[in-house]
Write a protein that binds this ligand. Structure first.
Ligand code: DAH
Length: 333
């Protein structure tokens, strides 16, 4: 039996395999069930009895050698296939990883928050899935109040809710949630997402963002409200901006106002004044709901739309651009 020449031929083929496919083929040729080396084992029976043990031992040794050669070559070829095909030039300049940035709405929100922080306001937060009580009733807006029509929203049926759950239509319910938990004085702002059953167009979207403000203390006046709003808007939109308060109606404030602003930008848009926020002095009925004595405490509140400010600041004419996440749009800010 010619073990040695057969082994040498097998070794040569295994070690010389150019790639993993060739190696697998060589393995089949020699060591597979019908391989040439396997065939040797089967011939053992034909040998004279006294020669069998020595031949068997020799075959096993040779087989082990082949298995080792096979796995070594496999290791080499696997490493080779994992390495880059072309050599690397380590002297080439690196590729800069492109950094993302904050969404324009986030940037505007952070600027507003920074401005109010200077005046001592803290940021508060509340749930986007609200109950009717906090969204409307506690804000002096009972079920039959017409203001509910303009703030139609998405209602949810939650198994564990005692009351109808809804997506909040404004950030105002957070006023209630904070006052329920905290004794006055209160000085908070609440940036957050709100929802309405609106059809999207250039100036409307069913989801948008607001910033709520609430200030409660003794002897708070409309003058404080005006001074605060003017300070923040000048910081945000520049010193030359003008602000005006127009009488309005909100059920949770009395008196109530809408705030308009006027700037080079509004005039460019063909308008002297543009409405930007609702505000007023907190209604005594609201204080009573949260257990504040309206004879002792007074305060003001406001709410404005973040999108509207961002649109004015960046000269954007369609609100939907904020939500499309087109990087060509977003990269500009
Ligand atoms: N919640 C009002 C809205 O969404 C805005 C608003 C008006 C908030 C008057 C207030 C306020 O806090 O006092 O249109």
């Amino acid at each position: 039996m010619e073990i040695e020449p057969l082994k040498q031929a097998a070794l040569a083929e295994l070690k010389g395999a150019a790639d993993l496919t060739a190696l697998e083929r060589a393995k089949g040729t020699w060591l597979g069930p019908h391989g040439k080396f396997t065939a040797l084992m089967k011939q053992l029976g034909a040998l004279p009895r006294e020669e069998r043990p020595a031949a068997g031992k020799q075959i096993n040794l040779a087989k082990a050698e082949l298995e080792t050669a096979l796995s070594e070559r496999r290791g080499e070829l696997e490493l080779k296939s994992a390495l880059p095909k072309e050599t690397t030039d380590f002297t080439l300049p690196g590729r800069r990883r492109s950094l993302g940035k904050l969404h324009p709405l986030t940037q505007v929100t952070e600027d507003i928050v920074r401005s109010f922080r200077k005046l001592g306001f803290a940021v508060a937060d509340g749930p986007e899935v609200e109950d009717e009580y906090h969204c409307f009733d506690a804000l002096n807006t009972p079920p039959d109040h017409p203001a509910r029509d303009t703030q139609d929203t998405f209602y949810l049926s939650l198994a564990d809710a005692q009351e109808k759950a809804l997506l909040r239509t404004h950030t105002s319910p957070v006023q209630i949630r904070v006052m329920e938990k905290q004794r006055p004085p209160v000085r908070i702002i609440v940036p957050g997402r709100v929802y309405r059953r609106d059809n999207p167009d250039a100036t409307h979207n069913p989801t948008f963002h607001q910033i709520e403000g609430l200030y409660v203390d003794k002897g708070v006046t409309v003058g404080d409200l005006k001074g605060t709003v003017e300070f923040v808007f000048k910081e945000l939109l520049g010193e030359e901006i003008k602000i005006r308060f127009r009488p309005h109606y909100f059920s949770y404030t009395e008196p109530s106002f809408e705030i308009d602003f006027s700037s080079a930008l509004t005039r460019k848009m063909g308008k002297e004044w543009l409405e930007i926020a609702g505000c007023g002095m907190v209604h005594p009925a609201v204080f009573e709901k949260v257990g504040y004595d309206p004879e002792i405490w007074s305060g003001w509140a406001f709410g404005f739309g973040i999108e509207r400010i961002a649109m004015n600041r960046y000269n954007i004419n369609d609100i939907r651009l904020f939500y499309e996440n087109d990087v060509r749009f977003l990269r500009q800010f």
